[in-house]
Design a protein around this ligand. Structure first.
Ligand code: GLN
Length: 461
């Protein structure tokens, strides 16, 4: 895999850092343990993985795609990183992302965009475009992503790979550079549903270091995948969300989605249409809640504690006050999208506007959760909901960069599940006939319903 990375990286740019030496050391340690007859530390021992550069690994540079963290070497491991290393998984390096995971194309990275291996002139999705491209370009068979509003699922969809966002609280956020704490979730990515499930079981589980971590058993998703393969979806009720399709969705995506639903029906699932009327407000609510939380989370980048520190003005004169150092550092260290969201968030949280914006958005969030509850819990509730993962296939690099609204619309299908904290995943559903590019099917399940979600995903795959 290191050879493959060297070969394709000049064209793909999925990685921000490749840990050649430590990866080889880890791989050799697994080999040595095997030679000594020790039992394998996990089913994935020795398998290489690409880590999104928003999770920290001790001694390895972490940037979150931002200039403001340039030069920062974290002194500790994220809980997920620790679990990977303890499982004998070989961490190849850190993957590219939109700055602080804000974006849908990886073009907001301060270190240049990642290219979609299917067509190098197109975006690999975002924010986790690096992880998804590393999988699609066969640079790694496993990857870790984070999903706040779709950053695992949309990149998976547009690169023809698999990615799962677990139930909120299912995987520890300790050591994950925070974007929006009430939404952020770490998840597994791979090229097959089984590999994704194997990785899911390695990273999930309660963590006392994360106050929002759920104290529940790790879901048996590998067994669920086996069940999906042997038993399929016969007898399961699959809901098609009326509001996630139609306007704003590319014809080739809808065609692939319709075929996927027909396939599930032919396999014995009962397909019903479900209306979730509040989903139409999800994007607006999300783009108030996320900026509010990120404006607070990003306050820690104060030029004193991490990475970049600008202490001279443009003429080379020393900046004398803490405020001027902070302002110069944040001014130069943050990119345009990050600044846009900090400004939006501080505005939405300010006295006099808080109730109108942040407060209303939280109410909408509750209504959206209510739509999911009604779909899943009513007497004749569905087992899973399905939709396209992304409204379009991979678009051209540069196409939407100057139009934030067009960029935000990429998250139409993924954001409702994020606001509700439910598990959701994207599996490849074929190639769009109009663009010849991959399409993803999104499968959503009730909170802690990972097993059902993986069963359907495996049966569909
Ligand atoms: N594209 C979305 C955004 O820009 C999702 C980001 C994410 O999930 N990290 O906020």
């Amino acid at each position: 895999h290191l050879d493959r990375i060297e070969q394709v990286e000049p064209a793909v740019h999925a990685f921000l850092h490749v840990s050649n030496d430590s990866a080889l050391d880890q791989a050799r340690a697994v080999d040595a343990a095997r030679a000594a007859g020790e039992p394998a530390r996990s089913p994935l021992a020795g398998v290489p993985l690409a880590l999104k550069d928003i999770l920290v690994q001790a001694g390895v540079p972490a940037t979150a795609g931002s200039k403001i963290l340039q030069g920062w070497i974290p002194p500790y491991d994220a809980t997920v990183t620790r679990k990977l290393l303890d499982a004998g998984i070989v961490v190849l390096g850190k993957t590219n992302l939109d700055e602080f995971a804000m974006g849908s194309s990886t073009e907001n990275s301060a270190y240049g965009p990642t290219h979609n291996p299917w067509d190098l002139t197109r975006i690999p999705g975002g924010s986790g475009g690096g992880s998804a491209a590393a999988l699609a370009a066969f640079e790694a068979p496993l990857a870790i992503g984070t999903d706040t509003g779709g950053s695992i699922r949309q990149p998976a969809a547009v690169t023809g790979t698999v990615g799962a966002k677990p139930t909120y609280g299912g995987v520890s956020r300790y050591g994950v550079i925070a974007l929006a704490s009430s939404l952020d979730q770490v998840g597994p990515c791979a090229r097959t549903v089984l590999d994704t499930a194997l990785l899911h079981e390695v990273i999930a589980g309660h963590d006392p270091l994360d106050s929002t971590s759920l104290d529940v058993p790790v879901p048996s998703v590998v067994q669920a995948v086996r069940r999906g393969v042997t038993e399929g979806v016969a007898g399961l009720r699959v809901g098609v969300v009326r509001e996630l399709g139609g306007e704003g969705y590319q014809p080739g995506v809808l065609e692939s989605f319709t075929a996927a639903v027909a396939e599930l029906e032919a396999a014995g699932a009962e397909v019903v249409e479900v209306s979730c009327p509040n989903f139409v407000h999800a994007l607006a609510a999300y783009y108030l809640i996320l900026p509010s939380e990120c404006s607070s989370n990003l306050a820690r980048f104060d030029a004193m504690r991490y990475g970049l520190r600008i202490d001279q003005d443009e003429q080379g004169q020393p900046l004398v006050s803490a405020e001027s150092v902070m302002s110069a550092t944040r001014g130069r260290g943050f990119g345009a999208e990050v600044k846009r969201r900090i400004i939006l968030g501080t505005y939405a949280l300010s006295a006099g506007y808080y109730d109108a914006y942040y407060g209303s958005a939280q109410k909408v969030r509750t209504l959206i959760r209510g739509d999911f509850d009604a779909a899943f819990d009513s007497a004749r509730g569905v087992d899973v909901l399905v939709s396209p993962s992304s409204p379009t296939t991979a678009f051209k690099l540069g196409e939407k960069v100057d139009d934030p609204m067009a960029m935000y619309l990429n998250d139409l299908a993924t954001i409702p599940g994020s606001l509700a904290g439910i598990p959701a995943m994207s599996v490849p559903s074929g190639i769009a006939s109009d663009t010849g590019l991959p399409v993803g099917l999104q499968i959503m399940a009730p909170a802690l319903g990972e097993e059902r979600m993986y069963q359907v995903a495996a049966a569909f795959e």
